[in-house]
Design a protein around this ligand. Structure first.
Ligand code: NAD
Length: 473
């Protein structure tokens, strides 16, 4: 395992970053691009070692999965930041209303200062280095606290970052929940958190004590509506891919399926065929990731046991392939007739278990979704555009893919984030850049300003001008 690099104590590190950020408020394009280039070089030169570290953290997780879901996404994000920075950094001219003319106005885009990033374990490179790259591009200093559940990749990121950046520029802090709490209690200029809704509440509370603004990228139960007009075979492959990428350990994985009543047998058949096509075997198949820890595996198993004990029908979709049980690779399952009160329908699943909830009308499916916290993602499959429009108009979610799963996250031009309990604030693309940017409004007064007309003492001239203005507005 990579040596954990020695770092300054947390508060001293923050103070060093804070002083540096106040000493250089105007961060030029060349320096921002240089920081991005150093980050990109680190990913390019150590991509294989980073993939190996992720594989070591999961036990089983293919290099290709890390390549597509972590490194490719990171490269795309850094490439876009590098290209668009000159445009995004530019001062924006704003039209000045008649009553303030002949003044002029603009919005100056400035770095916030020191940004804290707390990240999860499921895509440990993308979800830690991605927000860090965006914050660096916006001209900030960055402190990153990755997850303790992926010790190999977290330690490697720490040592690589330490080799390429000064500590007051970009640093990685290692540790578990205690360190994370201390980290979240630092008076950052912005704190960006990706993780569970439960921990997100704690982060928001710790940040509130400092009036630190937060972005919370959280989880939840993302529904996948299969419309009566849907071709099940085509949809099942996309649903299985979205559900089983990283063995379901994806924040925007479809958490459960809403299926027209009566289509259960057809869906079971289509999903089973889709899984067999994507993952002909489970045990030992590196394309099919292991569950990250024994504790997480046991939690998923207990969700299944509880559902079966309470009368749901649990189908092991890969029963035909042998699973020796020697790894934490967990067979994909479908759960039919899940009942109210089962944890499976209350908790975010975050594993390869897919409950199927039957509905009779589109309105019933919509009511089911709206009776629960607003989801991070929503998926809809079908060809009936009026049913689709009804769902789109009647539900609120962090993001949507129609006739696909996951893909909206890969579009750097679409803001990515949650709503309500699935989080607040979005990133990716310019929206992400602005998340870490102060948009400072500036009004430049003219020598010929008419402002004195509004000064006291108020008299008939003031009333006359106000009367005129009322007619204009
Ligand atoms: P988690 O909430 O358990 O941990 C996330 C991070 O928070 C870790 O670095 C951890 O050390 C830190 N942490 C723990 N206690 C803390 C505290 N008291 N104060 C501050 N930080 C603390 O999440 P996880 O298990 O790593 O990730 C899985 C969850 O993350 C799922 O709910 C998933 O949906 C969500 N997630 C969301 C997104 C998104 O973009 N919205 C992406 C990936 C994962």
């Amino acid at each position: 395992m990579t040596q954990i690099p020695p770092t300054l104590p947390l508060r001293a590190l923050f103070d060093a970053q804070h002083s540096a950020s106040r000493a250089q408020i105007d961060v030029p394009l060349a320096l921002r691009r240089d920081r991005l280039a150093r980050l990109k070089a680190l990913i390019d030169q150590h991509g294989a070692a980073l993939s190996d570290a992720v594989q070591a953290d999961f036990g089983v997780r293919s290099r290709q999965l890390t390549e597509v879901a972590d490194l490719f996404v990171l490269r795309a994000a850094i490439g876009q930041l590098h290209k668009e920075l000159p445009r995004w950094m530019k001062t924006r001219r704003v039209a000045t209303p008649l009553y303030l003319q002949p003044a002029s106005s603009h919005i100056q885009r400035q770095p916030l200062g020191v940004v804290g990033v707390i990240g999860p374990w499921n895509y440990p490179l993308q979800l830690n280095l991605g927000p860090a790259a965006t914050a660096l591009a916006a001209g900030n200093r960055v402190m990153l606290k990755p997850s303790e559940l992926t010790p190999h990749s977290s330690a490697l990121m720490a040592s690589l970052v330490q080799g390429a950046f000064s500590a007051d520029e970009f640093s990685v802090v290692l540790g578990g929940a205690d360190v994370a709490h201390e980290f979240a209690s630092l008076p950052f200029d912005h704190l960006f958190f990706t993780g569970s809704t439960a921990v997100g509440r704690k982060v928001a509370a710790a940040a509130a004590a400092n009036l630190t603004p937060t972005t919370l990228e959280l989880g939840g139960k993302s529904p996948c509506i299969v419309d009566a007009s849907c071709k099940l075979d085509e949809a099942a492959v996309k649903i299985a891919h979205g559900k089983l990428l990283n063995a379901g350990q994806t924040c925007i994985a479809p958490d459960y399926v809403l299926l027209p009543r009566g289509q259960e047998a057809a869906f079971e058949q289509a999903y089973t065929a889709a899984v067999a096509r994507l993952f002909p075997t489970i045990a030992g198949n590196p394309d099919y990731a292991a569950i990250v820890s024994d504790r997480h595996h046991a939690r998923l198993q207990s969700l299944l046991n509880e559902a079966a004990a309470q009368g749901a029908r649990v189908v092991d979709v890969a029963a035909g392939t042998s699973n020796t049980g020697t790894t934490r690779q967990m067979n994909p399952t479908l759960v039919f007739n899940p009942g109210p009160g089962m944890k499976l329908l209350d908790e975010e699943i975050f594993g390869p278990i897919l409950p199927v909830v039957a509905y009779d009308t589109v309105g019933e499916a919509i009511r089911y979704i709206n009776a629960r916290p607003r989801p991070l993602a929503l998926y809809w499959f079908g060809s009936d555009t009026s049913a689709r429009d009804q769902v789109m108009a009647s539900t609120v979610s962090g993001g949507v893919s129609i006739n696909d799963t996951l893909m909206h996250v890969a579009h750097e031009g679409l803001p990515f984030g949650g709503v309500g309990e699935s989080g607040w604030g979005a990133y990716h693309g310019e929206v992400g850049f602005l998340r870490f940017t102060q948009q400072k409004p500036v009004l430049v007064q003219s020598r010929f300003s008419m402002g004195h007309l509004f000064y006291p003492p108020y008299g008939p001239r003031f009333d006359q001008i106000m009367g005129l203005l009322k007619r204009w507005l």
